[in-house]
Design a protein around this ligand. Sequence first.
Ligand SMILES: Nc1nc2c(ncn2[C@@H]2O[C@H](COP(=O)(O)OP(=O)(O)OP(=O)(O)O)[C@@H](O)[C@H]2O)c(=O)[nH]1
Ligand SMILES: [Mg+2]
Length: 247
Amino acid sequence: MPRYAQIVMGPAGSGKSTYCATMIQHFESLNRSVQVVNLDPAAEHFDYPVMADIRELIQVEDVMEDQSLRFGPNGGLVFCMEYFANNFDWLEEALGHVEDDYILFDCPGQIELYTHLPVMRQLVEQLQQWEFRVCGVFLVDSQFMVESFKFISGVMAALSAMVSLEIPQINIMTKMDLLSPKAKKEIEKYLDPDMYSMMEDNSDTIRSKKFKKLTEAICELVRRFKTSLFQIGSEESAQTLSCWFDL
Ligand SMILES: Nc1nc2c(ncn2[C@@H]2O[C@H](COP(=O)(O)OP(=O)(O)OP(=O)(O)O)[C@@H](O)[C@H]2O)c(=O)[nH]1
Ligand SMILES: [Mg+2]
């Protein structure tokens, strides 16, 4: 029997740990079991029991205190994640060999982990070798997305993770309860958006022709990306993307 994993990603403070804690409650109410692995070596606390915690392997604080390394918080985190990637046997032992497991990986918020560093992809490949079916869950704070240009930026971050990991990915807007009444009224537009008409709505904001051209080029890039995803056969990811863009 395969095992299942969600890689829970997103910028700092987007709600990853809250999502994991909420999913545990949700699974419990369905009488199903789900386990969480904390992969944030700088985590201070979380509201869920963990089956494994990367801090047992390495902690950012220890790396920063090591005078020979001279890392700050971000460099320290990258060092920890690279150390983790070189020690996947620790994870293998922590996961054990329980069939039919469902595991959430609560990841750190440094966006570079999902854009150009190889560690998350290495993790995905390793999990797949251990016969996990892996999907990505990318969280973005909805408060930063209810304006067209911020929305494009959030979508690009999610897209980077999709391109980098090449796994089915669900993109989630979090903290909807904190939206202003006005933003709540407008949210439908962002759940099923038409990027080109959004640009028209904001023509006042786009003062520079060059900026408008750049925005159009980004929309076109996403449209082409969708096509190329179909070509390489990753249809599930392309369908997720189409939930964000009415292309
Ligand atoms: N109101 C509200 N607050 C939320 C929601 N999701 C998360 N929060 C709050 O947002 C803050 C950050 O949430 P976390 O779950 O710690 O975010 P994170 O992505 O794990 O953060 P890092 O691990 O530091 O990157 C906490 O104070 C949460 O209580 C939500 O849906 N609604
Ligand atoms: Mg967290």
